[in-house]
Ligand binder design. Structure first.
Ligand SMILES: [Zn+2]
Length: 475
């Protein structure tokens, strides 16, 4: 789901232009879209044109002043503003609209997942992981990922964020650093490399226990080495954290031959991460991110869309609007280069070991009691909201096929008023769990709900402010 008009067969996000010579090219999203259309993948998916995120939606994370600034600044009035964006983040025509489309797509993906209208939501125009609360950074202005995760947190007790971009996912880590409701895991190049953060450090020791894992890598990592760390680390994370939703940032600058990158992954190696995370059968939000050799970005995200759809697509590229970009071979897959893999077995084993030690020191599945779920637990659709436990939903999902569930219970007469609670409540905007309320065990949830009913729409904003406040104190 990204900015695409299915009837006009166009993809507006590709029209935005960072400027001459700038490596970030929104055109790559249009190329991706066109390629996956020509592979016929649209037949197996639903394509939505999400709304443009409003300034108000953006301020659920970003500061009011910053969004106001983004809204007002244009190439022709730049000189009137004293606070300039960073060098890498130029002011271009339609900048704010570009941010609205990117953020709107990711937030809409979360909503689709929350409503259980899809198993996997994709926004290749999202994944802009460097944007900060009040600051543009690394080609990113508005952090669509943080906004999407805030949306997921309305329905999910714990959300896992994974970042396979070559750069550290610093903006997302910073936003959720002090909450245990979001765990961030980033695999990235570390050492004299943008943004400079993301070294391995102790996260489970002492007073503060941070659910933020970083795997610092060196140049030239190949498919084999990457898989060797990604799978065991993620298996351990899934086991100890037990999220009920997963967000995967699929930055393609970790591919071999990237204009700004220095890794040596092929598209198959990169997509193994998608395949693996998909195998957990949790609601999955897939986002784009970096990627500066744009023909390979289009190849990668097209292939990963196919992986998400469980569909094999031929290596021979179909004819498409940008066919000439893919010469001379016109193939989908790429070969690794002969660059040296500086990540020795010894180095990776050492990091992996320390990381596992860290994970052991963190409380497992924080925020809820670890207990066996009664076998006769009623499926989520029939559970009354007042007693609904998000983790019961998780267990139901992992043991039942959701589609079967929906079918099976759609005729049920004891759904009570409202029927599909999640859907109905979402529309009314009634269910707005607060971060801290959610953490309390044995809380009188009925009371919470009544309180919520009396609150106006500012509840949601208050909610995110509390996240923001936490974040400020951690900086
Ligand atoms: Zn990147």
């Amino acid at each position: 789901s990204y900015d695409f008009d299915a009837t006009k067969r166009k993809c507006d996000i590709g029209n935005y232009y960072y400027g001459q010579g700038h490596p970030m090219k929104p055109h790559r999203i249009r190329m991706t879209h066109n390629l996956l259309l020509n592979y016929g993948l649209y037949r197996k998916m639903e394509i939505y044109r999400p709304h443009k995120a409003t300034a108000e939606e953006m301020t659920k994370y970003h500061s009011d002043d910053y969004i106001k600034f983004l809204r007002s600044i244009r190439p022709d009035n730049m000189s009137e503003f004293s606070n300039a964006l960073f060098e890498d983040c130029p002011v271009f025509d339609g900048l704010f609209e570009f941010c609205q489309l990117s953020a709107g797509g990711s937030a809409a993906g979360s909503v689709k997942l929350n409503r259980q209208q899809t198993d996997i939501a994709v926004n290749w125009a999202g994944g802009l992981h460097h944007a900060k609360k009040s600051e543009a950074s690394g080609f990113c202005y508005v952090n669509d990922i943080v906004l999407a995760i805030l949306e997921l947190l309305k329905y999910h007790q714990r959300v896992l964020y994974i970042d396979i971009d070559i750069h550290h996912g610093d903006g997302v880590e910073e936003a959720f650093y002090t909450t245990d409701r979001v765990m961030t895991v980033s695999f990235h190049k570390y050492g004299e490399y943008f943004p400079g953060t993301g070294d391995l450090r102790d996260i489970g020791a002492g007073k503060g226990k941070y659910y933020a894992v970083n795997f610092p890598l060196r140049d030239g990592i190949d498919d084999e080495s990457y898989e060797q760390i990604f799978k065991p680390v993620m298996a351990k994370v899934m086991e100890m954290y037990q999220p009920s939703a997963v967000v995967l940032q699929c930055g393609a600058d970790s591919l071999s031959g990237d204009r700004l990158g220095c890794f040596n992954l092929t598209i198959r190696g990169h997509a193994k991460c998608v395949e693996y995370m998909k195998s957990f059968n949790l609601p999955l939000l897939m986002l784009g991110g970096g990627g500066y050799t744009i023909r390979n970005v289009a190849r990668c995200w097209t292939y990963e869309t196919a992986v998400a759809l469980d569909t094999d697509i031929p290596d021979e590229l179909p004819y498409n609007d940008y066919f000439e970009y893919f010469g001379p071979d016109f193939k989908l897959h790429i070969s690794p280069s002969n660059m040296t893999n500086q990540n020795t077995q010894e180095y990776m084993d050492k990091i992996k070991q320390r990381l596992f030690e860290n994970l052991r020191m963190l409380p497992h599945a924080p925020g809820v009691q670890m207990q066996a779920i009664p076998e006769d637990a009623v499926p989520d659709d029939t559970v009354d909201d007042d007693t609904e436990d998000p983790d019961k939903r998780l267990s139901i999902r992992s043991t039942d096929k959701r589609i079967a569930c929906d079918e099976e219970f759609s005729d049920s007469e004891d759904e009570g008023e409202g029927g599909r609670r999640n859907v109905a409540n979402h529309k009314k905007g009634a269910k707005r769990l607060r971060v801290d309320e959610d953490k309390k065990e044995g809380e009188d949830k009925k009371k919470i709900k009544e309180e919520e009913k009396t609150k106006d729409s500012s509840v949601e904003k208050t909610d995110s402010k509390s996240v923001k406040t936490e974040q400020t104190s951690s900086a």
